[in-house]
Design a protein around this ligand. Structure first.
Ligand code: SF4
Length: 400
């Protein structure tokens, strides 16, 4: 029997069944959508660490902001903020300029030595650009699921992903103009298929009899099944929720995975050396004790749940990024484990939440928030799934 959905309540497991009911409701009303609202969004408050103001990210400013504030900052008596904005090459009214950075760095000129923002301090929060005011919050469609989320590039977000895993929802009618805008960036499996897919993934990720890597291996089976012949999502959910055959576990990545990981982790030479030494047999693979496995298990599960929730299945140009996104996620899952294990080795002792958060933060700002999709999008679905399989070739949370 289908449940009654009510805005403000929690998305409940089994998630696929929940989404079936949500889809039935959405289909019964015009321009009706389920909006997902993870509890972490409300819990976020900026710690003013100033990290995001030092990153080489583009801070998009609309023309109206530039017109209003250019002269104020340019003529500031301190003389520190001359020519404060850099006009873009192909400016539009919505995306007109970027913030100027300090010479020889990516740090915003308005970031003060005490890590506070000059604009915020002298002119108040209302004087901040839209991007600076809302970061890391964002409202997403992006070919995934409608919702309010936090970008993983903010150092305060990873700990919230771990501490506040619940998902709430609201149901509402979308204004006609916004509806048409959203439908242009529909999920590759269709509007309703996208929600069902999310339910299927969340059920899998949260199965307590699978390790996080096993959940992704099973998902890989589902993706291969989808690629080979048409299958409904209900049928696929049935197949994936069946019993699992335990596969041989290893702590050594396959050669394909090793090459790819060494390539993407090249800026972190000591991490690469650590990985290569283990794979070459010059160093023993890390042996985790039961408490460390338990910690890693829960951390990866919550990491994967948030990734599923915030999945981006379209490129910037609107092309499907469905299969590449799973390869990318598998790669990040592998990197997260190796980075954390490297920190553990370097510092001696056991794996801690701090090691995992540090690894997830590095991934969040350096890899997840600076996606270069161009190379991935060129890959065929089959090549993406082969890449994903390689990234799942090892598992440190082995219950066997
Ligand atoms: S304007 Fe202020 S909040 Fe925005 S990036 Fe610069 S220092 Fe940070």
């Amino acid at each position: 029997m289908s449940r009654t959905l009510q805005s403000g309540k929690q998305v409940e497991a089994p998630y696929f069944d929940f989404m079936v009911d949500a889809v039935a409701l959405m289909q019964s009303r015009e321009r009706c959508l389920l909006k997902l609202e993870p509890e972490l969004v409300d819990k976020f408050s900026c710690s003013m660490c100033g990290e995001c103001c030092q990153r080489p990210w583009w801070i998009g400013l609309p023309r109206s902001y530039v017109d209003k504030w250019y002269a104020v900052f340019d003529q500031d008596p301190s003389g520190r903020f001359r020519d404060p904005f850099i006009k873009l090459d192909n400016p539009t009214d919505a995306q007109y300029a970027d913030m100027r950075r300090k010479p020889g760095s990516s740090e915003c000129i308005f970031l003060l030595d005490d890590r506070s923002c000059y604009i915020h301090r002298e002119h108040g929060a209302e004087a901040l650009s839209h991007v600076c005011r809302i970061f890391p919050r964002y409202e997403s469609w992006f070919g995934a699921f409608f919702g309010s989320f936090l970008l993983p590039g903010c150092p305060d977000v990873q700990s919230l992903i771990q501490a506040e895993p619940l998902i709430y929802y609201t149901i509402g009618e979308i204004a006609e103009n916004k509806w048409h805008e959203l439908m242009k960036r529909e999920h590759p499996l269709g509007l309703y298929g996208g929600y069902l897919w999310l339910g299927l993934e969340l059920d899998l990720i949260n199965r307590s009899d699978f390790t996080p890597v096993q959940t992704q291996r099973r998902l890989l089976k589902g993706l291969r099944r989808m690629m080979d012949s048409p299958v409904s999502l209900s049928e696929l959910n049935q197949i994936l929720s069946g019993p699992i055959q335990t596969e041989a576990q290893t702590q050594i990545p396959s050669l394909v995975a090793l090459e790819r990981l060494a390539h993407v982790l090249a800026p972190f030479k000591s991490v690469c050396d650590y990985l290569v030494d283990i794979c070459a047999g010059w160093k023993s693979p890390p042996e985790l004790n039961p408490a460390e496995k338990k910690l890693l298990n829960l951390f990866l599960r919550r990491y994967l749940s948030y990734r599923a929730l915030t999945a981006d299945f379209l490129s910037k140009k609107g092309e499907s990024f469905f299969y590449p996104s799973f390869f990318l996620r598998g790669m990040h899952l592998a990197m997260l484990q190796w980075l954390a294990l490297f920190y553990r080795e370097r510092e001696g002792g056991v794996l801690t939440q701090e090691h995992l958060l540090r690894a997830a933060n590095l991934l969040g700002y350096r890899y997840e928030c600076a996606l270069d999709n161009a190379a991935m999008i060129e890959l065929s679905p089959r090549a993406c799934l082969e890449g994903l399989e390689a990234m799942l070739s090892f598992d440190f949370v082995d219950f066997g």
